[in-house]
Design a protein around this ligand. Sequence first.
Ligand code: 13P
Length: 250
Amino acid sequence: MRRPIVAGNWKMNKTSAEAVKLAEELKPLLADVKGVDIVLCPPFTSLEATYKTIRGANLLLGAQDMFWEESGAYTGEISAKMLLTSGCKYVILGHSERRTYFGETNQTVNKKLKAALRAGLVPIVCVGERREEREAGVTQQIVEDHVAGAFEGIRAEQASEVVIAYEPVWAIGTGLTATPEQAQQVHAFIRQILTKLYNSNVGQQVRIQYGGSIKPDNATALFSQPDIDGGLVGGASLTASSFAEIVKSV
Ligand code: 13P
């Protein structure tokens, strides 16, 4: 049985004070929820303050990116150990916005994935096709490249710990959600890829989130698909009531 996981990717939103306020609002709304990993991913500058707010509650902390080296002359970068010691358990890697604006590639995602696993963080690896790729009928090829590229050189025991987020780029921040059937099809395909790369245990154990315009009114239909284990929520995670509703629908 895969444990569901719902994460809020706050992207470049919320000062520390605003992050603490949102985390404070979420605590009572989600206090009764059991059996779900609930992860908040604020910007780096709000990690520690958010962690102090949620410590002891049923909320976990994640970061939105990290660098693959452990330390050194890498101006502007953040290491896995820095995230761990700020209270993070999770780290999002390879988000499409990082691929689009910051030159992230399957190779850099692979390096970051190895470094995150080495440090003991749970990576959430984002994969997904752009609109023109879906229209050109190459969704499966793109998703396979993203998954195979990210997992290159990762052993099976480690691979089953990784969380994958399927985020079709055309559905991010656009209000265009993939239909539950479209998402389910790709999630099932990702399990096939993992089975081919490793074995059916890994294919069945890896948790796969859907992301892209998840809202309270479409979450239940998406989460009830057999291969969808939760969500990576952007815009709707910035308001306590809507994120709480989404978490509860898993
Ligand atoms: P939206 O929920 O705003 O579409 O963002 C999805 C996303 O990119 C989560 O990582």
